[in-house]
Design a protein around this ligand. Structure first.
Ligand SMILES: CC(C)(COP(=O)(O)OP(=O)(O)OC[C@H]1O[C@@H](n2cnc3c(N)ncnc32)[C@H](O)[C@@H]1OP(=O)(O)O)[C@@H](O)C(=O)NCCC(=O)NCCS
Length: 132
């Protein structure tokens, strides 16, 4: 059975490996181990048979906005509900913290759309990006 739980310090290396394995395939931004250690309290992990098989971070900017970052599931465990469970738990944490919008920067649009994410806020505000 897969369980979702808050990450603890000893999960940092497994999270780092998982995120950077996906970063090599350009699916996620790479994250230095020190940064993951520093921000470990924001991470959730999916655990199966005592092993970390998935992770994500809820980076809370303020009560209006949080970003769901570094969502990844190990290849051999993809398609079994861990990604969905991680996102649902992160959204539940965001709600508990009083956050009104959660965004994800991703190429996995269809996955996020299934989980209730859309391209605009209910008041039709959109995210635009520029290189500084
Ligand atoms: C995206 C990702 C986290 C999905 O995790 P997963 O555990 O395989 O997904 P789940 O099994 O929980 O899937 C939940 C639902 O989404 C669907 N789904 C999963 N990946 C999908 C995709 N790429 N496109 C469309 N639907 C997808 C599943 O079929 C399932 O649908 P259902 O509820 O109707 O059965 C995983 O593929 C991954 O690690 N991707 C690489 C990293 C990444 O792109 N992260 C997002 C950026 S933050």
């Amino acid at each position: 059975m897969t369980t979702i739980r808050p990450a603890i310090a000893s999960d940092a290396k497994a999270i780092h490996a998982l995120v950077n394995e996906h970063a090599k395939k350009q699916l996620l931004l790479d994250r230095p181990l020190e940064e993951i250690v520093e921000e470990i309290d924001d991470f959730l992990v999916a655990e199966k048979d005592g092993k970390v098989i998935g992770c994500c971070q809820l980076d809370v900017y303020n009560t209006k906005l949080a970003e769901l970052r570094s969502l990844a599931v190990k290849d051999e465990h993809k398609g079994m509900g861990a990604g969905k469970a991680l996102v649902e738990e992160a959204l539940s944490h965001a709600k508990d913290k009083g956050v009104t919008e959660v965004m994800a920067i991703t190429s996995e649009d269809e996955f996020f759309k299934k989980l209730g994410f859309g391209y605009a806020t209910p008041t039709q505000r959109r995210a635009l990006f520029a290189k500084p």
